[in-house]
Design a protein around this ligand. Structure first.
Ligand code: IMP
Ligand code: MG
Length: 188
């Protein structure tokens, strides 16, 4: 695997900026959901870093759950529009105040499918908290109640977001120089 520096275009959001914004989101959620029965549902795998940092900034009692969906495969850079649930919840969400925790909303197809599915299970409330919003690319209008950062239409990686399943561990969000990345991929 290549060192990420070989194809990093620029650091879009630094570790410090991420942590400061996540602290604000955590405080906001703690205020808005006081006395609610909060369940954070993390969409695997991209949402994992965001979830673990966000929950440490939420000061009210809450539970967590995980779901996984597949939207696109290695070498593909956008969703096919066909979203499959590959891991479902183990608990009923009836009477829970559900917050869906996502890394990024791009076309909106993934979140739209998950919202459709979860609303059939009649939670007490349901909203979306996304770290990143690539708003220019939206195909399906979905309500996003909490947004960390609105970003331009560029392929990003790090802080939970992968490029072909790697580099999720980086503490910042970087822009992929796709030309460099694809050239390196063709060589290996
Ligand atoms: P959507 O269904 O088009 O909104 O795509 C959402 C999913 O695509 C996200 O949950 C991410 O996993 C992935 N995704 C979208 N844009 C990027 C990106 O720039 N970098 C890495 N993953 C992305
Ligand atoms: Mg994701």
């Amino acid at each position: 695997m290549r060192d990420y520096r070989d194809f990093l275009g620029e650091i879009l959001i630094s570790e410090k900026q991420l942590q400061e914004r996540i602290a604000e989101l955590g405080a906001e959620i703690s205020r808005d959901y006081r006395d609610k029965n909060v369940l954070l549902i993390c969409i695997l795998r991209g949402g994992v870093m965001f979830l673990t940092d966000l929950m440490r900034q939420i000061t009210i009692p809450h539970a967590i759950e995980f779901m996984a969906v597949s939207s696109y495969g290695v070498g593909e850079r956008e969703t096919t529009g066909l979203v499959r649930i590959t891991l479902d919840l183990n608990t009923p969400i009836h009477e829970r105040d559900v917050i869906l925790v996502e890394d990024i909303v791009d076309s909106g197809q993934t979140i739209a499918s998950v919202l459709d599915l979860l609303s059939t299970r009649k939670p007490r409330s349901l909203c979306v908290c996304a770290l990143l919003d690539k708003i220019e690319r939206r195909e399906v209008q979905i309500p996003v109640r909490y947004v960390g950062f609105t970003i331009p239409n560029k392929f990003v990686f790090g802080y939970g977001l992968d490029i072909d399943n790697y580099y999720r561990n980086l503490p910042f969000v970087g822009v992929v120089d796709l030309e460099k990345y694809e050239a390196l991929r063709a060589k290996s």
